[in-house]
Write a protein that binds this ligand. Structure first.
Ligand SMILES: NC(=O)c1ccc[n+]([C@@H]2O[C@H](COP(=O)([O-])OP(=O)(O)OC[C@H]3O[C@@H](n4cnc5c(N)ncnc54)[C@H](OP(=O)(O)O)[C@@H]3O)[C@@H](O)[C@H]2O)c1
Length: 280
């Protein structure tokens, strides 16, 4: 099938282009410089030229802390921009697979969040992504909205790379134990997004993230263990490390769908990502 990937210069976007190519699709990735999703006219032109069967929207404002003081930009891209992609796709008869986040939840549950659970984002980033979910659903009936979490992979700022850089220069790092989520390798998620694009009947919200869950502290331990990095991981708390944006304490994603797309365990994602770093 013919696919268009927006935000293709980002961490997830590039993985989706690679996965689609591997699966034999005719895919075109557009970076921000090539296609700005806040420009509805440019989107309509690109889609009219390309005539894709589906668009995978990986374009987003993703700086969670900066969004607190830059709400307008976050909402312009994550809210209105996402709606633009969905509307332009609908106009051309194309489906949209749109990527959203676990940060639409407030983290107050202690068991996995399901698709129908009440949303209540704590910060501006989560609120802007929720606005995007609503804009996408309103603009295009052929939509799949994929909430995912704690992404790591090649070509983007992520926690695994940060830990490896710190571990190379320090003897110990302090990492929070009181935020729990689902680390997800972009290589695993990308295949699932392409699969959803292949199945336009699978509309609505999907929770898709690395199987299992852990704290950031446990993720750091796993990374150092697998990469044989000799760096101690000390426990700390969110309160001891204040950041501009509040984060959910527990944002583990589960699914109530009858036939959910299930990704491999997050530890397999860490191993797979580290293997790509070694071979790169
Ligand atoms: N990273 C995570 O932990 C995480 C967790 C849950 C969900 N998500 C969601 O996953 C998706 C992919 O995120 P990611 O981690 O791949 O982030 P990323 O590496 O920051 O990629 C986002 C891409 O979108 C581009 N972009 C920004 N504004 C744009 C615009 N107006 N038009 C077109 N492109 C634009 C960015 O370009 P510039 O870099 O040039 O601005 C960047 O290449 C996003 O929807 C994000 O909300 C991410």
């Amino acid at each position: 099938m013919k696919l268009l990937v927006t935000g293709a210069g980002g961490m997830l976007g590039r993985a989706v282009v690679e996965a689609a190519q591997r699966l034999g699709h005719d895919v075109r990735g557009a970076t921000r410089a090539e296609l700005d999703i806040t420009d509805l006219g440019a989107l309509q032109q690109a889609i009219a030229r390309r005539r894709p069967d589906a668009i995978v929207n990986c374009a987003a404002y993703t700086d969670v802390d900066a969004a607190e003081s830059d709400r307008l930009a976050a909402f312009a891209i994550n809210g209105k921009g996402a709606g633009n992609v969905a509307a332009a796709a609908a106009h051309a008869g194309a489906a949209i697979v749109h990527v959203s986040t676990d940060y639409v939840f407030d983290g107050s549950k202690r068991e996995p969040w399901l698709e129908s659970d009440a949303v209540a984002p704590l910060g501006a980033y989560g609120a802007s992504k929720l606005a995007g979910e609503r804009a996408v659903a309103a603009a295009n009936p052929a939509h799949a909205i994929v909430r995912t979490a704690w992404l790591f992979g090649a070509g983007g700022k992520n926690f695994v790379d940060t830990m490896l850089a710190l571990g190379a220069e320090r003897e110990e790092v302090s990492v929070v134990t009181d935020q729990v989520g689902c680390p997800t390798w972009t290589g695993h998620l990308a295949g699932a997004l392409v699969e959803l694009a292949e199945r336009p009947g699978e509309t609505g919200v999907h929770h898709i993230a690395g199987a299992g869950s852990c704290s950031w502290n446990e993720l750091a331990l796993e990374v150092f263990d697998r990469a044989a990095v000799d760096c101690r991981v000390l426990p700390t708390t969110t309160a001891a490390f204040p950041r501009p944006a509040p984060r959910p304490a527990y944002s583990v994603l589960g699914s109530e769908r009858r036939d959910p797309l299930v990704l491999p365990p997050w530890q397999d994602g860490v191993a797979a990502y580290l293997a790509t770093r070694v071979s790169a």
